[in-house]
Design a protein around this ligand. Structure first.
Ligand code: ATP
Ligand code: MG
Length: 246
């Protein structure tokens, strides 16, 4: 959905005169919204704060869950105006759908549970002491084996039609010895083509190269061999079932 026009003139006027408040709901407001939309019965604490969303550790009855809440208004660092709230609802939809698609494909992602407007719930990776650590913060016992499994998981994900566009050691959580991909908001679906196959596969290839290069940098500290070029070639030739990249 386009972000223009972002607000109609009467709303802009109300903001300028202070007739309506464009403040982001604070912790208690968000917690109330999570509970009243039946995403969770209790909000325990905030565990993540990113550019566009916050993540909360919650309980639904006794079951621990994570709720990701896209902020209603994202303020631009370049100045200017707040971004229309509908767009944040769309991000939540996109991420929830992508997570569902990946989970059904038996890929290592947290199990999605429910989405309401700009927020969604999913399996909480971690324990009562806190969320599972990001790959970046983990000291791996068997780095080679971990790297091999991770590369395999990226390949399986691509081959099932999902390409993570923000792959890095920050967006992988390690729990019970396994790596889970998170933050799939901007993932690409490459099995169904909206644009020209060449454009879509080229875009997928660039994201795979960038993501694998970033993970390769992480594994270099362990001195692990990371055969990313072969992996990218394999994935691209699999994704290119139309033969447009030959
Ligand atoms: N399912 C989950 N279980 C446990 N913790 C989670 C889960 N999902 C996210 N988190 C925690 O929240 C943090 C942020 O999550 P995520 O990467 O999805 O959003 P983000 O980085 O805030 O978004 P953005 O990329 O827009 O800045 C993670 O690093 C992790 O600590
Ligand atoms: Mg992230």
């Amino acid at each position: 959905m386009p972000n223009e026009p972002y607000l109609d003139a009467s709303v802009r006027w109300k903001i300028q005169t202070g007739a309506i408040d464009l403040q982001e709901p604070r912790y208690h407001g968000v917690a109330e919204s999570i509970r009243s939309n039946n995403l969770a019965t209790e909000v325990v604490r905030q565990v993540g704060a990113g550019k566009e969303a916050d993540v909360y550790y919650c309980l639904d009855g006794r079951r621990p869950i994570a709720v990701k809440v896209y902020r209603m208004y994202r303020t631009s660092h370049r100045g200017g105006r707040p971004v229309k709230s509908d767009v944040m609802g769309h991000h939540a939809c996109d991420e929830f759908d992508m997570l569902t698609f990946a989970y059904r494909g038996e890929l290592p992602v947290p199990r999605p549970i429910r989405r309401v407007e700009n927020m969604f719930s999913m399996e909480f990776l971690g324990g009562p002491e806190g969320p599972a650590p990001q790959l970046l913060r983990v000291r791996l016992d068997r780095p080679e084996e971990h790297a091999r499994r991770l590369l395999r998981a990226v390949e399986e994900m691509a081959m099932s039609g999902v390409v993570h566009t923000d792959l890095s050691a920050y967006n992988i959580l390690v729990w019970n010895g396994r790596s889970y991909f998170i933050d799939l908001a901007a993932a690409l679906r490459v099995d169904r083509l909206g644009s020209s196959p060449w454009m879509r596969v080229t875009e997928a290839k660039q994201h795979l190269q960038r993501g694998l290069r970033s993970l390769g940098g992480y594994f270099r500290r362990y001195g692990v061999d990371w055969p990313m070029d072969e992996a990218v070639e394999r994935m691209v030739s699999y994704l290119d079932r139309w033969g447009v990249m030959e």
